[in-house]
Design a protein around this ligand. Structure first.
Ligand code: ADP
Ligand code: GLC
Length: 492
């Protein structure tokens, strides 16, 4: 099958969060299974700089507002997955993150920037594609940034590919003013509740949910949650109406990039049989972060966007109790100024027990994952979450709230789960600080029981977290869409 995988970020080209990790590793896994996958991504400057063997593929003309863009072909530097980058200086080559300016505000022309991504994807998935020798069977687009792809396709006579939407986070919807419908060249008649309109705005994500042939999200629990009022961010009704087309597939992880035995960011590599080396990583981390060199102090690791979603305000609320009980905290992250400030203050008051690094830091994220004793994720909602899986793999048992992918990937520790070998971490139910505190305290008790702790670590490290199973599930969805087509004749 020919699959065009449309994404707004992909590791190692550009990354702000888990979508990049998935876009870096799922296409590679599909390719290993023999599928013909190409990645479509905006040509941000780092993308153009890091692509291997980049060359001009073709000019694409007649696009809304920008006129022309240049498609650049290249390969992912590590996996060799073919990439098509959309080069357009005025849209993508600017300082700041892919979505936000230096002051943390959304780029005002985001509807255009990602409207063009969707439009290009739709053209490549049609008989009008300038790439006549590679027309995909499937266009698989991710999150709101690719959300208009199937809308453009539905309103084009030439569209021929089937479409799959993957929802990585329903909280980001790409909602914008109605005027963008015409500006982006969508038919005004489609601005309707049965189409592009969502509470008086054009919504990229709603359009994706409405028009995609099939919908996936990144864990089975989240697939159920998004159909409820609590987690649906207003889209629960539409999502429930498409219930039979929604599939929850747990993300895998890149087991080469995240492997403590060969991780280049660690001075002391280790595996499940050599966990004593992990204590040396902890020692090095305490040293690097200026924490007191106490081998027995439970070191709680956090690497995260600092956003309401992640529930780290709950950790702030119970931090004083945890510190009084001898815990240390190593936090890496950035986002909401109030949270950044709160953690800064905590570290200033407790320099030997709390380390806070604001910003994005790839090596340090690996070192915290390996050097911490447990990894804290009290998320209010979590579509999948990758860090808890990195924690499992690094022998750093996760302490997580039982929601979304956290519920699907971490198994709580209790007598029964210890006995049958399934205990891999610690889970709690309510999103409040007493529940988090109680859960961390429970983890700390086990932590001081070294033989049992080792068992929990080894259970997690033995889990198969790679992409094989999940990539097969994506392939089955693509296949069944194409089978449907054979049965029913072509669409349009
Ligand atoms: P989300 O995508 O919601 O932010 P995930 O757990 O799926 O959450 O993925 C987050 C990814 O981003 C992980 O690979 C994590 O290690 C990484 N990450 C988050 N914050 C930072 C940071 N400040 N520095 C380095 N990596 C980070
Ligand atoms: C989103 C979600 C996160 C998920 C990631 C990759 O950013 O917040 O839970 O792991 O996408 O699917």
């Amino acid at each position: 099958m020919r699959i065009l995988f449309v994404t707004s970020e992909a590791f190692p080209l550009i990354k702000t969060g888990g979508l990049a990790d998935v876009s870096g590793s799922l296409p590679a896994a599909l390719r290993t299974m023999g599928e013909d996958v190409r990645l479509l991504i905006p040509g941000y400057r780092p993308v153009l700089d890091k692509l291997s063997n980049s060359r001009i593929l073709i000019e694409m003309q007649w696009l809304p507002i920008v006129g022309n863009v240049t498609l650049i072909a290249g390969e992912m530097p590590d996996t060799g997955v073919p990439v098509i980058a959309i080069a357009c200086t005025m849209l993508y080559e600017r300082d700041g993150s892919p979505y936000l300016d230096a002051k943390g505000r959304e780029w005002v022309d985001n509807p255009l920037r990602f409207g063009i991504l969707s439009r290009v994807a739709a053209i490549l998935g049609s008989q009008d594609s300038p790439l006549t020798d590679w027309i995909p069977d499937i266009v698989h687009f991710n999150d709101w940034q690719g959300g208009l792809t199937p809308a453009f396709m539905r309103h084009s006579q030439a569209a021929c590919a089937k479409t799959v939407l993957s929802i990585h986070n329903l909280a980001f919807q790409g909602n914008c003013a109605e005027e963008w419908v015409e500006k982006l060249g969508l038919p005004p008649a489609a601005y309707h509740v049965e189409g592009l309109e969502y509470f008086g705005q054009l919504s990229f994500l709603k359009a994706g949910v409405f028009y995609a042939d099939s919908i996936t999200t990144v864990s089975p629990t989240y697939a159920q949650e998004i159909q409820t009022e609590e987690f649906g961010f207003g889209m629960q009704g539409l999502l429930s109406s498409r219930s039979t087309d929604i599939h929850g597939i747990l993300n895998g992880i890149d087991t080469r990039e995240w492997n403590p035995a060969i991780d280049p960011h660690l001075a002391y590599p280790y595996d499940a049989e050599h966990l004593e080396q992990k204590s040396l990583v902890k020692q090095a981390l305490q040293h690097r972060l200026g924490l007191s060199q106490d081998a027995d102090a439970p070191l709680l690791g956090v690497v995260s966007r600092l956003a309401n979603q992640k529930g780290l305000d709950l950790l702030l609320e119970c931090a004083d109790s945890l510190l009084a009980q001898g815990c240390q905290i190593a936090l890496l992250g950035g986002g909401e100024p109030l949270l950044e400030h709160g953690f800064w203050r905590l570290s200033l008051n407790h320099p030997q027990q709390v380390s806070v690094n604001v910003g994005y830091n790839e090596p340090l994220s690996h070192q915290i994952m390996a050097g911490a004793d447990m990894f804290i994720m009290p998320s209010r909602f979590e579509p999948c979450g990758l860090n808890q899986m990195y924690g499992l793999r690094y022998g750093t048992p996760p302490v997580v709230r039982r929601t979304g992918g956290l519920a699907d990937s971490v198994c709580d520790t209790n007598a029964a789960n210890l006995k049958d070998g399934s205990a891999t971490g610690f889970t709690f139910g309510l999103a409040d600080s007493p529940s988090l505190l109680e859960c961390i305290q429970r983890a700390v008790e086990y932590y001081h029981n070294k033989p049992v702790w080792k068992l929990i670590q080894q259970n997690g490290m033995a889990r198969d977290l790679g992409w094989d199973q999940s990539a097969r599930e994506y392939r089955d969805i693509y296949r069944s869409l194409l089978e449907e087509d054979k049965g029913l004749g072509t669409r349009n």
